[in-house]
Write a protein that binds this ligand. Structure first.
Ligand SMILES: NC(=O)c1ccc[n+]([C@@H]2O[C@H](COP(=O)([O-])OP(=O)(O)OC[C@H]3O[C@@H](n4cnc5c(N)ncnc54)[C@H](O)[C@@H]3O)[C@@H](O)[C@H]2O)c1
Length: 265
């Protein structure tokens, strides 16, 4: 238990699972009350936050729906009176669900651009880029109205910078999330609202569930991961904590890579 976010109110999209869930738990341990926005139920996250003694609110939210993003922030304000911190972790790997690394090893070039379905491409951009924009917009509007400043973290990916054959929707979406982060950071730089990104490497969450049982996919992932292991959701949450706490008060428009040594050379 720490005090890095004591008295803060944190909104976390994608908070029902994986990185968002670990972030909700860690932020609560650091003293924040938590608002979870997710398209699916978040019972386990609610249990984890309640265990810390902090308060938690779940708001069913589809981040591709403008009214849902605005409603998430409005519900947070109705319950807790303010919003200080936001983490946008809602995201998808492919329109169909399975992760890129598994799809790419299973079907070789079936997911290459020459074979790509337009609707599948657009769906990933809707969730991973437009969803982040609408989430960040709702959060920033509230923070501006409060006049308190705040900190927003977008979960991008190392795929924002690494082109992966067969994963064009994901790579393009994450590059977009990263650029969105920098533009918002510039636009808000003098307001006290900081906007940063976390770009994880391969992390053991349901998004890449079963990868350790799929030798070809695991080997492909490890071939670009010098530490030769998956990250844990808690390790990604720790980067989110740094970027949302006052320890990073002079940082905006940056992306941290908890990624097992990617980008070392
Ligand atoms: N796991 C990894 O290896 C990895 C690596 C780099 C980046 N990321 C990114 O981290 C973020 C979190 O992923 P994760 O690994 O925790 O996956 P996850 O599948 O465990 O969690 C994603 C959550 O987002 C929610 N979600 C999906 N679409 C939504 C929508 N339209 N509206 C609201 N909620 C929605 C899901 O219901 C789920 O709870 C994603 O943006 C992902 O791209 C993950």
């Amino acid at each position: 238990m720490g005090t890095a976010l004591a008295g803060k109110v944190a909104v976390i999209t994608g908070g029902a699972s994986g990185i968002g869930q670990a972030t909700a738990e860690r932020f609560a341990e650091e003293g924040a009350d938590i608002v979870v926005g997710d398209i699916g139920p978040a019972d386990e996250t609610l249990r984890l936050v309640e265990k810390t003694g902090r308060r938690v609110l779940y708001v069913r939210t589809d981040t591709t729906v403008e009214a849902d993003c605005d409603g998430l922030v409005a519900a947070a304000v109705a319950e807790f009176g303010r919003v200080d911190v936001g983490v946008a972790s809602a995201g998808i790997a492919t329109a169909a669900g399975p992760s890129n690394v598994q799809t790419r090893t299973a079907s070789k070039d079936a997911t290459h651009v020459v074979n790509l379905d337009v609707a599948a491409f657009q769906r990933v951009l809707d969730v991973n880029v437009t969803g982040l924009m609408m989430t960040g917009r709702a959060l920033a509007r509230q923070m501006l109205a409060q006049g308190t400043g705040g900190s927003i973290v977008n979960i991008a990916s190392s795929a924002a910078k690494i082109p992966l054959a067969g994963a064009s929707p994901y790579c393009v979406s994450k590059a977009g999330a990263w650029m969105l982060t920098k533009v918002m950071a510039l636009e808000l730089a003098t307001t006290g609202i900081r906007v940063n990104a976390v770009g994880p490497g391969y992390t053991a969450t349901p998004m890449i569930g079963g990868i350790e049982q799929n030798q070809a996919a695991y080997d492909l992932a490890m071939s670009i991961t010098p530490m030769n292991r998956l990250g844990t959701p808690a390790e990604i949450a720790a980067a989110c904590l740094f970027l949302t706490s006052s320890e990073s008060s002079f940082m905006t428009g940056q992306m941290l890579h908890p990624a097992g040594g990617q980008f070392t050379g």
